[in-house]
Design a protein around this ligand. Structure first.
Ligand code: NAD
Ligand code: UDP
Ligand code: UDP
Length: 336
């Protein structure tokens, strides 16, 4: 016997429709790398009011400094594992450390952020009738046995490894999103984000692109983790933000892969950074960490068909844009 379906919700009591005001958008994790670029884009539209909540674990107010004091912008120090009461129309839920060194630093907190944090944002979405977008990850595919990865692939994830707090945390977050959608009629969107890079990445957050660029600029060896043949596909942040906004504004719940299908081995990436930024640096092989996925490349057929989206910025064009930002922050001029 199939369980009886709950009655459909009345047409959402959208805050802006009710008060005839601007569109109010909450961005959790908005002080982080992707979040702050998303805020920049959302703030370009004069009809948007943006509220950022962030606990500054990996993000920084500095990423948002141009908006602080702006009448359509508000920044709240808040941890999403605690309940949040605000009145909004849309929620972009990004809050979660994304770099392995940070999410492994306090794995229990990472799980709480993914599970309790997402539950709270869904409770909020339910109370105010907001549409909510979750930034999930290609890590839900684990060490994938299917290549490239389509959204229909269920993944190959170690449930008890050192990466599980993040991978399994995001998998539960996706489950919660779909359960709130089915049980309470919440409007959901799920983006499965593949490796993203660009200006404002934390310089020392241990991710491969930020590591290689910082190392090249400091004249240190580029540390390729063994075997170096593992692959990733890197998406420039402006393309990512464009994909996230299209997904939020469109009619499809997802999950939808958002990423750049250009696939590189870590050795190829190191060679490219060396050639573009500092041909004098060495490439050094170092030990890897457990459960490192061997290959990763998005199948973006769905994003193309359903969102009319595909990435525009090639790795060779995106790296110099990131180099410029890292030079400024590290104080390394072009002549050095
Ligand atoms: P980031 O670390 O720069 O940003 C995450 C932000 O969330 C930070 O500002 C951090 O302070 C905040 N945060 C963390 N825990 C919080 C909590 N409990 N309460 C409130 N704020 C909290 O990372 P990012 O690269 O901008 O990633 C953003 C989102 O995209 C994350 O959900 C991440 O899982 C997802 N994602 C990123 C990538 C990538 O390559 N960058 C890939 C896949 C998925
Ligand atoms: N919640 C929140 N803000 C709101 C509404 C709910 O943070 O505006 C939190 C609430 O504290 C709860 C979670 O979201 O822990 C789930 O809320 P829901 O109403 O779905 O469940 P319940 O409160 O009935 O457990
Ligand atoms: N990696 C590397 N050198 C580094 C940092 C990472 O070779 O200094 C490799 C790592 O082994 C992995 C890939 O780069 O295969 C991507 O790692 P990252 O931490 O950036 O992201 P994720 O593993 O989450 O995709």
């Amino acid at each position: 016997q199939t369980p009886s379906k709950p009655p459909p919700l009345p047409s959402p009591l959208r805050f802006s429709k009710f008060f005839q005001s601007n569109m109010r958008i909450l961005v959790t994790g908005g002080a982080g790398f992707i979040g702050s670029h998303l805020v920049d884009k959302l703030m370009e539209n004069e009809k948007n009011e943006v509220i950022v909540v962030d606990n500054y674990f990996t993000g920084s107010k500095d990423n948002l400094r141009k908006w602080i004091g702006h009448p359509r912008f508000e920044l709240i120090r808040h941890d999403v594992t605690e309940p949040l009461l605000v009145e909004v129309d849309q929620i972009y839920h990004l809050a979660c450390p994304a770099s392995p060194i940070f999410y492994k630093h306090n794995p229990v907190k990472t799980i709480k952020t993914n599970v309790i944090g997402t539950l709270n944002m869904l409770g909020l979405a339910k109370r105010v009738g907001a549409r909510i977008l979750l930034t999930s990850t290609s890590e839900v595919y684990g060490d994938p046995l299917i290549h490239p990865q389509p959204e229909t692939y269920w993944g190959n994830v170690n449930p008890i490894g050192v990466r599980s707090c993040y991978d399994e945390g995001k998998r539960v977050a996706e489950t919660l999103m779909f359960d709130y959608h089915r049980q309470h009629g919440i409007e959901i969107r799920i983006a499965r984000i593949f490796n993203t890079y660009g200006p404002r990445m934390n310089i020392d957050d241990g991710r491969v692109v930020s590591n290689f660029i910082a190392q090249a600029l400091r004249g240190e060896p580029l540390t390729v983790q063994k075997p170096g043949t593992q692959t990733r596909s890197f998406c420039f942040v402006s393309d990512m933000v464009d994909g996230l906004i299209r997904l939020m504004e469109g009619e499809n719940t997802g999950p939808i892969n958002i990423g750049n299908p250009g696939e590189f081995t870590m050795l190829e990436l190191a060679e490219t950074v060396k050639e573009l930024i500092n041909p004098k640096v060495e490439i050094k092989m170092v030990e890897n960490t457990p459960d490192d996925p061997r290959q990763r490349k998005p199948d973006i057929t769905k994003a193309k068909e359903l969102l009319g989206w595909e990435p525009k910025v090639k790795l060779r064009d995106g790296l110099p844009l990131m180099e410029e930002d890292f030079r400024l922050r590290l104080g390394v001029s072009k002549e050095n």
